[in-house]
Structures are given as C-alpha cells and as structure tokens.
Design a binder for this molecule. Sequence first.
Ligand code: NAD
Length: 496
Amino acid sequence: MAGLYKNYIDGKWAEGKSGKTFENRNPANRNDLIGLFPASVLEDVDRAVGAAKKAFGRWRLIPAPKRGEILYQAGELLRKRKEEISRVMTREMGKILKETRGDVQEGIDTAYYAAGEGRRLFGETTPSELPDKFAMSVRAPMGVCGLITPWNFPLAIPTWKLFPALLCGNTVVLKPAEDTPHTAVKLFEILEEAGVPPGVANLVHGTGGETGAALVRHRDVRLISFTGSTAVGREIAAECGRSLKRVSLEMGGKNAQIVMEDADLNLALEGAVWGAFGTTGQRCTATSRLILHREIKKEFTEMIVDRAEKIKLGDGLDESVEMGPLINGEAREKVHRYVHIGKEEGARLLTGGAIYEEGKWIDGYFYRPTVFDKVTPAMRIAREEIFGPVLAVIEVEGFEEAIEVLNGTPYGLSSSIYTRDVARAFRAVRDIEAGITYINGPTIGAEAHLPFGGVKETGNGHREAGTTVYDIFSEWKSVYVDYSGKLQKAQIDNAE
Ligand code: NAD
C-alpha cells in the first residue's frame, strides 16, 4: 500500500490545503507506487513562511554552538539511519545503493561540519583609525530562507543548504523536487527527532511552477537558495532581482575530462567510466565530454567503449547493478532526442544510443551507456547539458587546444585532466574556466568542506559547502565601539 505523505509545518505533519496530491513512482519500475504527496498551493507556502517567520525571533537568539549541537544530533541520526534512507532514496531516485549511501554520507559530513562551525562563525577584529575606538565585524542571520532543490542528490543538496542556514540562525522552508519527496520526509523526521524547534525548518511539497514559484515570490522570504537547471535558475534570479532578494544559484554543467598522451590510461579509464556513467550521467558534475590527445585517442576510445558495454544495468537496490535508470520518462526522451541530434550533426555513435527494455526492465526508464566519436566542439551534443549516460569524444592536437575546447561551453562547473606532467597540471589549474578542477581524478567527487559551485552559466558567484556557504546564509555587520567619551569623526578628525 502506497503511503499518503504530508508537509511539515510549524512542527506538525500537515495535509495540503488543496487536498490534491501527486504520485511518486520508482523509476526502475513505474508500477511501484511509493506514495502520494501534497500538491501544495500558495496557502500552504504562506503558512510555512509564517511559521518560519514566527520561529526566527527565538531561533536567532539561541547561541550558535547550541544550534550546532542540534545539527550534530541530526548527523548522528542520519548515521544511524543511513541504510534505511539510502534504500528509500534508491527506490525513488534510481541511483545504485553505493551512491545513495554516499549521498547520505555527504549529509552526515555536512552536519558535522556545521556543528563545528557553530563554535567558529568567525568575524574579524581590526584596529580603528581613531583612538579609543574598537572595530569588528560579526555575522547576523537573515531571516526566512527558501530552499529549492533538484532530485539528483535528494538528501545531500537539501542538507548543504539547510544545515548552514540553520546554523547561522535563519529559519527555512524547503521545497524539494517532485521526483524525490520521500527522502525529504525522512530528513524532516530526523530534524524533528534531533530537536529542531517547531517552525524553524518547514517542508512544503509540490511542483516548481506552483509551490516553488510561490516561495520565490513570497515577500517574507529574504533569500532563495536554488539548485537546478539554468533555465529555471534564470527565471528565479529575475524574480528575486525585482524584489531584491538575495539569490544563490547552482545550475547546469557540461563537464569535460582531458586525457593527455602521457597519462596513466588505466587510471584515466576508471575516472571516465565513473564520471560519465555514475548516477546514470545525472550529476551536475558528470563527465559528458572526453577530450583526448590525438596519440591516445584510438586506444582510449576502444577502452571506454569496451567498458561501457559491460556496465550492468538494473534496479539500484540490487548490489550487483552498476547503473540504474534515468529519473523519469521525460528525462529519457530528452536523452534519446539528443542522441538523434548527435547523429544528425554528424557524430559517430560507437555504442548505446538506445532505450534498454530487456526482460523485467520493460517498466523502468533505462538507457544504454552511450559513446559518440567524431564530435566537434560546435555540435550541440558538445555544448548542451544532456543529463544522461552520453559521452562525447573530442580529439585534440595538444594541451592548448584541449584547454580551449574544455572552456568552449556556456557552463563552468567541474573539470579534470589526466597527465603525468606537473607543469601541465598547474597550467590547467590556472587556465581552466570552472569552479572545480581535478588533477588525475574524475569530474565528480566534491567534499563537504571545500567550496562548491561554478562559473559562467553554472552559477551566480556564490559557493556552497566549505566556509563560503556561511557567506550565503548570513549578513555581515560592522560594529564600532567608541570608548573615548567624545564625538570622533572618521576621515575628518584624523585627516592631515
Ligand atoms: P529543475 O530546474 O527542473 O528543478 C529544480 C527545482 O526547481 C525543483 O524542485 C523544481 O520543482 C523547482 N522549480 C522548477 N520550476 C520552478 C519555478 N518556476 N520556480 C521555482 N521553483 C521551480 O532541475 P532538475 O531537473 O530537478 O535538476 C537537474 C538540473 O539541476 C541539472 O541542470 C543539473 O545540472 C542541476 N544541478 C546542479 C547542481 C549544482 O550544484 N550546480 C547540482 C545538482 C543538479
């Protein structure tokens, strides 16, 4: 029996006001109905924001180390329930258990990191230009934050936003992706058990166009933190621009791995397989372009095609499976459409390029690992985000051309180069236009304590994770304490 799930508002599980629901189904088997979730409307969003606004008054005054202890508890509970949540996530999102365990682990790491930050949240002290005057900067919370998240990291991405936001003293309303609402419910069960007070963290399910848009437009929301597609991010940024809300955007990517002629090819192969086909290519940091030096191009292409053809597809809950389905039918159609575009553009399909419907997988959204050869940088399959297991091989003559090709897309999230030449490695770090560069590692594998985000159309200058996420979720306040007992005028009394 599929469950009927609720929103979480002001410390209580609450039905949606409209009474309407949407279905959540297993992408490995669409006959498996996981549950019904409220299709929330403006009134639900309004209630959640109202609860968050009311709770802000008390939460902001709780000392940050104490807030950190609550988040530490959340991390402990996530650790205890890691296996249960990983299974819930694989069932609704499709990626294999090994990866959903990694997704939960990222949430645990983020909780522990936030807990430690509760005893730092450093500001600065600096000398005043005037005598008997003290100067410092402190962080202040912002108020109600609206968090909007995608389905590909159903736990990690909500926690990347939620834990730092709460640690800074904000209250939040989360609108998770409609494809993965069950994991969000699990996260909120944990927040409740960890002791997050009523109203501090609220969960509202629903579609982007209705529920998400209502959150973005709400006048009591001070900040929107969004992860998702560049098209939607652009709309949200425009709306936030009109109301002068702070907006932090993490969006699409078209990441490349360069393999130079001096690289350890076996190592580069492991990286490329994991980068391109891990999470069925549905990571914002997935490798979708393979830029190969002319000298190793033929050999390396054969190696990757051979590996791609051996990948075992199936239900991610089966430990022997290496690649799960795409998230839904629409996503699979999009991938298939791009395969047609690639062929029409003149690229050569080496393997895959087809829906996988064998045996019991007929009811899932599976797609064969796909490799295209003879791709040129101007082709759409080399420039646009496909978000599936499709790899475009581009041949280059040398290092400079490799970097130029890598930089030649509108995006700039992750990047990778395999080379044994240390000088080339450092030149790549200097010249690649991306928020993340890996040397002798794949384009995926970010850690919770380093800044995460991208340049160009991937982001708008903010960085999640690391200490930088605390800049997103706090305001700087400069404080001057004058103990001279007289009026001192900066730039005037002390001027020559
Ligand atoms: P999406 O943009 O379709 O949706 C993301 C979220 O925004 C969902 O919760 C959705 O309901 C909501 N939304 C949709 N329209 C909205 C609107 N008009 N107003 C407010 N909210 C709205 O993206 P997706 O398909 O869920 O995720 C895939 C995309 O996310 C890819 O482009 C991927 O690269 C990107 N992504 C980026 C990062 C990163 O950190 N850079 C991480 C993961 C995913």
